[in-house]
Design a protein around this ligand. Structure first.
Ligand code: RIB
Ligand code: CA
Length: 312
C-alpha cells in the first residue's frame, strides 16, 4: 500500500528534484502538491510546481496555490540562490496543465478530513505557512496527520539566511512554532543533514548521463544552484536539501538522528527563526521531533539517480 503524501513546496531547484523523486517512486501516492511563497513569490512557485509535474510526465497531479505571504511577517525570498524564476539554469517552457481552483490550504484540510486518520503524511519543503494556516483554520485535522516530514532548521550547522536561522523557518517562524508545537509526529531534515548531501561533479554527471530530459534538467538546475553554496561555503557542490525529505520516506535507514525537543525563536530580531534543538537533552522539555543529524550521501545519490532514471 503506497504511503499517501501531500508535498507543500516553494520550487526552487531542490524542491523540483524532490517532487521528481516522489513522482518516480511507487512507494508514494502524491495526493497533491500545494505551493507556498518562499524561494520566490507564490505565482512563480505555483507555476514552477506545474513545470516539474509536466517534466515528470504527470500533468494529472493536482497542483494548488496556497498562501502568498507568511502569517505575520513580510515575505522574504531567495532569488539570490534560485534565480529570478526560482528554477534558473535551463530554459523552461510555461506549463500547460491547470492550477486547481481550490486554495492549497483548503485542499490540505479537506484531504485530511476525507482520508482515514493517520493515513496522510505532510511533506513541507518550504516555509510552513500553509500547514500552520490549515491547523489554525481546522484544528480537528491536526490529530489526523500521520506524520510531518519537513526540510528546515539547523543546529550544529547554524543558519544559511542569518547566522542563526535556516531559510524555511526564518521566513515564517510563527508558522514553524505552530507546526513544532502541534504534537504531530515530526521528522526534521535540517541543514545538519542536508549539507552532507552535496552534489559533486561525478554525481551531476550521473544525472546528465541518464540521457533523458529529466536528467538534463536536474543537471542544469544543480549546476546553477550550486554556484551559491560553493561561493558561500567553499563547498564541493550544492546541498540537495528538499530531496532528503522524500529519501527519508523511501529509505530512512540512510539517515540518523535523535528524538529531541526543538523550539522556534520568534521574538528576537537577532535569532528569529532559530531552531533551538536540545540535542544534548540539557532541558526537561519534551521531545517533539526526530531531528536528523546525518545522511549516507552515497546511498542518497544512488537512490536519487536510480529513481530519476525511471522518468522519461
Ligand atoms: O534552506 C534551504 C531551504 O530553503 C530549501 O527548502 C530551499 O528550497 C529553500 O526553500
Ligand atoms: Ca524549498
Amino acid at each position: 500500500m503506497a504511503r499517501k503524501i501531500i508535498i507543500d513546496t516553494d520550487p526552487g531547484q531542490d524542491d523540483a528534484v524532490a517532487i521528481l523523486l516522489a513522482l518516480a517512486s511507487p512507494e508514494l501516492d502524491v495526493l497533491g502538491v500545494t505551493a507556498v511563497a518562499g524561494n520566490v513569490p507564490l505565482e512563480l512557485t505555483a507555476k514552477n510546481a506545474r513545470i516539474v509535474c509536466e517534466l515528470a510526465g504527470r500533468p494529472d497531479v493536482k497542483v494548488f496555490a496556497g498562501c502568498d505571504r507568511p502569517l505575520a511577517r513580510d515575505l522574504v525570498t531567495a532569488e539570490h540562490v534560485h534565480g529570478k524564476t526560482g528554477l534558473d539554469g535551463p530554459v523552461m517552457a510555461d506549463p500547460t496543465m491547470p492550477l486547481q481552483a481550490e486554495h492549497g490550504v483548503d485542499f490540505i484540510i479537506e484531504t485530511l478530513r476525507r482520508e482515514p486518520a493517520d493515513s496522510v503524511t505532510l511533506c513541507p519543503l518550504g516555509p510552513l505557512t500553509n500547514i500552520a494556516t490549515a491547523f489554525e483554520r481546522a484544528p480537528d485535522v491536526v490529530s489526523r496527520v500521520a506524520r510531518i516530514v519537513l526540510m528546515g532548521g539547523a543546529y550544529f550547522e547554524v543558519g544559511n539566511i542569518t547566522p542563526a536561522a535556516e531559510f524555511n523557518i526564518y521566513v515564517d517562524p510563527e508558522a514553524a512554532r505552530v507546526v513544532f508545537g502541534s504534537g504531530v509526529p515530526l521528522t526534521v531534515l535540517p541543514l545538519d543533514a542536508t549539507h552532507k548531501a552535496l552534489t559533486t561533479a561525478d554525481r551531476v554527471a550521473a544525472f546528465r548521463d541518464l540521457g533523458t530530459e529529466v536528467g538534463r534538467m536536474v543537471a542544469e538546475w544543480t549546476d546553477f544552484f550550486e554556484r551559491f553554496d560553493k561561493e558561500k561555503y567553499g563547498s564541493a557542490g550544492a546541498p540537495l536539501h528538499d530531496p532528503c525529505v522524500i529519501a527519508w520516506l523511501l529509505r530512512p535507514e540512510l539517515f540518523s538522528g535523535r528524538e529531541i525537543n526543538v523550539e522556534i525563536e520568534v521574538d528576537s530580531p537577532l535569532t528569529r527563526g532559530m531552531t533551538v534543538a536540545d540535542w544534548w537533552r540539557v532541558t526537561d522539555r519534551p521531545a517533539n521531533a526526530l531531528f536528523i543529524g546525518d545522511v549516507d550521501a552515497g546511498g542518497f545519490f544512488d537512490l536519487l539517480t536510480e529513481r530519476l532514471a525511471r522518468l522519461g
